[in-house]
Design a binder for this molecule. Structure first.
Ligand code: NAP
Length: 282
């Protein structure tokens, strides 16, 4: 692959192999790492995501228990399943696939997960730990982006980073992680005035906007590293990112493609969080 392209597939495989190696040792010593995956309803994209997560579990040696519940499952029924899994010593991680059907309050469910088993890093205790620099579970996509940058030799210390997007699962934790790496961080969003002049300052530009090919070369500083979080569809329904790769390519030092960039890292980091949950249990 050409040297400008950050190969998320390869880096994610390296991480999964590292996890697999550690899990083999745990298994030899009689231990097991176990993830409970809860899926409610019939959302077809969610079924694909869950299938991919289970495949990664199989690859790394994590035991995955599936709880596939019907659309009409009540909030109380789901809360009692989460409670049972919280109290099950053999379960290390609990993942509730989002979105949930509209009659279930996602916040109520995510808040009910034991923060030590919250392998998605969405619980307020984990979000708070990240912002005050304490150890905890970190949201998989932004944690994966830090790994991509580090393993591609991108120096972050003292660099200007701009994150476009301020969602709880990507933009905000991304900004906190970049700050932890000593970047000077700007967070842009839909109310940002003159977005191009803001993004053009950035040595590291992270696009988490959710708009196909939104970032063109006039948003990008010459020689910047560009990370494309977007998983969008172009006018032909084809998967694409938030960045117009062909347009910005000549201006960047490095860039992640879509697919094959950030996407595979999210699942690899989920595997790593499951392993961490097991280790933290002591
Ligand atoms: P989101 O919750 O919709 O957030 C989008 C953010 O972009 C918001 O903060 C919004 O600003 C901002 N924004 C929207 N239009 C903008 C504009 N014209 N100028 C500047 N900012 C603008 O999305 P998300 O969940 O963070 O996801 C972002 C993208 O990443 C999506 O394509 C999603 O599919 C993808 N994603 C990929 C992975 C992966 O594993 N690769 C994981 C998660 C998400 P406001 O806050 O002002 O509305």
């Amino acid at each position: 692959m050409d040297s400008k392209i950050i190969d998320g597939k390869k880096i994610s495989l390296d991480i999964k192999n590292e996890v697999k190696e550690e899990i083999e040792k745990i298994n030899k010593a009689g231990g097991h790492v176990r993830l409970a995956v809860i899926l409610v309803g019939n959302d077809s994209a969610s079924h694909v995501y869950v299938r991919n997560k289970k495949k990664a579990c199989e690859y790394t040696g994590i035991i995955s228990d599936s709880y596939e519940l019907p659309e009409e499952t009540t909030e109380d029924e789901l809360l009692s399943l989460v409670d049972r899994l919280n109290n099950d010593e053999s379960v290390n991680g609990i993942l509730v696939q989002l979105p949930l059907p509209s009659h279930i309050n996602e916040d109520h469910i995510l808040m009910a997960i034991d923060p030590k088993k919250d392998v998605d890093g969405f619980h307020p205790v984990n979000v708070g730990s990240l912002s005050i620099g304490r150890p905890g579970m970190v949201s998989c996509t932004p944690a994966g982006i830090i790994e991509l940058l580090k393993r591609s030799g991108v120096k972050m210390d003292g660099k200007k980073a701009c994150v476009i997007g301020r969602s709880n699962i990507v933009g905000k934790p991304m900004a906190m992680l970049l700050l932890r790496e000593n970047c000077t961080v700007t967070v842009a969003h839909s109310h940002t005035k003159d977005l191009k002049s803001v993004t053009k300052q950035a040595d590291i530009l992270i696009a988490a906007v959710g708009r196909p090919k939104f970032i063109t070369s006039d948003y990008v500083k010459e020689g910047a590293v560009v990370i494309d979080v977007g998983m969008d569809r172009d006018s032909n329904g084809k998967l694409c990112g938030d960045v117009d790769l062909a347009d910005v390519y000549d201006h960047v030092e490095k860039i992640t493609p879509v697919p094959g960039g950030v996407g595979p890292m999210t699942i690899a980091m989920l595997m790593r969080n499951c392993l961490q949950a097991y280790k933290d249990k002591g």
